[in-house]
Design a protein around this ligand. Structure first.
Ligand code: TTP
Ligand code: MG
Length: 350
């Protein structure tokens, strides 16, 4: 099993679009406004991390630490495009595949389970293909299950390849901080520290009864993960035929501006879901229900499959404009995309 995680993903996509950024410290996130900006760092490339910059850091603090950094706004459409390219490559190598968020995925390889030497060769091929075809760099972890593979991919970033054989897993995990376990958030981390558990090894060796008393069922479950035990399967994203969202107004509205505003918001939600599922879309449908439940829908197909929020939004607004006329009060609007195309090969989904 492989876990692949792209290196400083948003920043790497920006560097690919503008090679003059290469070698410079780059920050993607809110506008720093000379140190007065609000919002946070989405990501910083590895040059910028040398100044102490990190994801989720307030942008003003980032500016203080590194005023000479190049600060760029978030361009989600670009990262989505890059993500679809990368995921398509990964899917070529997978018998089973699970995408996690925009820049990481688990890949179960064809071939004999437990053939780690072959898995390592395959991981090198995947890294090389991603580099050659997308220009982006990633880190790969190889392990007998998800938890080990996931922690291994994080171990030698950027550009790393870390193989952890089953017999080495406990030893590999033991010195790492408990935070590296997937479900240990800040609060749990503090609670564990208060009973003297700081490393994954501490947790692996802790008394399960005591863990149950302190953390309920999660306690012993975390202990198993800490021992490198994880039999959770890879779950393919649902093969939805369409992705849609709708909203009912608190009060029926005659205000076309309000309706169009809502359509824009729904487009963003639908788009976000399409990104998560790794699909392009071809057809956009807008539904409007008027007072009295009379419902009208209009669809338009794009020239080709698209993964663009801009295109989705423009098309949906045109359709909404055609539907909302006169002064009939609107009760509900909906936006749906269909004709989905999975990034995997040529599989078309109805
Ligand atoms: P990560 O994989 O956590 O981070 P990264 O790819 O930038 O860096 P690396 O993996 O090399 O450590 O997250 C993937 C993208 O998700 C990241 O590029 C930007 C976005 N992101 C945020 O917007 N806010 C956050 O707090 C985090 C952690 C990530
Ligand atoms: Mg990443």
């Amino acid at each position: 099993m492989l876990h692949v995680d792209m290196d400083s993903f948003f920043a790497a996509c920006e560097e690919r679009e503008d090679p003059s950024l290469k070698g410079k410290p780059v920050v993607v996130g809110a506008d720093p406004k000379g140190g007065k900006g609000r919002g946070v760092v989405s990501t910083a490339n590895y040059e910028a991390r040398k100044f102490g910059l990190r994801s989720a850091m307030p942008i003003g603090k980032a500016f203080m630490l590194c005023p000479e950094c190049v600060f760029l706004p978030v361009d989600f459409a670009l990262y989505n495009k890059c993500s679809l390219e990368v995921m398509a490559i990964l899917r070529r190598h997978a018998v089973r595949f699970e995408q996690w968020g925009i820049d990481e995925a688990f890949v179960e390889l064809a071939g004999k389970a437990g053939d780690f030497a072959e898995a390592e060769r395959e991981a090198r091929r995947i890294k090389a293909e991603i580099k050659a075809e997308t220009g982006l760099s990633c880190s790969v972890g190889i392990g007998q299950n998800k938890i080990v593979a996931k922690i291994a991919s994080d171990y030698r970033k950027p550009g790393g390849l870390t193989l952890v054989r089953p017999e080495e897993a406990r030893q590999f995990l033991a010195p790492l901080p408990v935070r590296k376990l997937l479900w240990v958030g800040g609060k749990t981390e503090e609670a564990l520290a208060s009973i003297g558990i700081r490393t994954i090894g501490d947790l692996a060796g802790a008394d399960p009864g005591m863990l149950y008393e302190n953390f309920g069922k999660m306690g012993p479950a975390l202990r198993l993960l800490a021992q490198g035990v994880d039999d959770s399967p890879l779950v393919e994203r649902s093969r939805a035929k369409s992705i849609g969202r709708q909203v009912t107004f608190g009060e029926d509205t005659r205000d076309a501006g309000e309706v169009f505003g809502k359509v824009g918001e729904l487009c963003e939600e639908v788009y976000g879901q399409a990104v998560m599922e790794g699909v392009f879309f071809r057809t956009v449908t807008v539904t409007v229900r008027f007072s009295g439940f009379e419902t009208h829908a209009k669809s338009r197909s794009l020239r080709e499959h698209s993964a663009s929020l801009n295109e989705l939004g423009k098309t949906a607004l045109v359709l909404a404009g055609e539907l909302v006329g006169g002064d009939r009060p609107v009760r509900l609007v909906g936006v749906r995309v269909s004709g989905l195309w999975n990034a995997r090969g040529q599989t078309r989904l109805a």
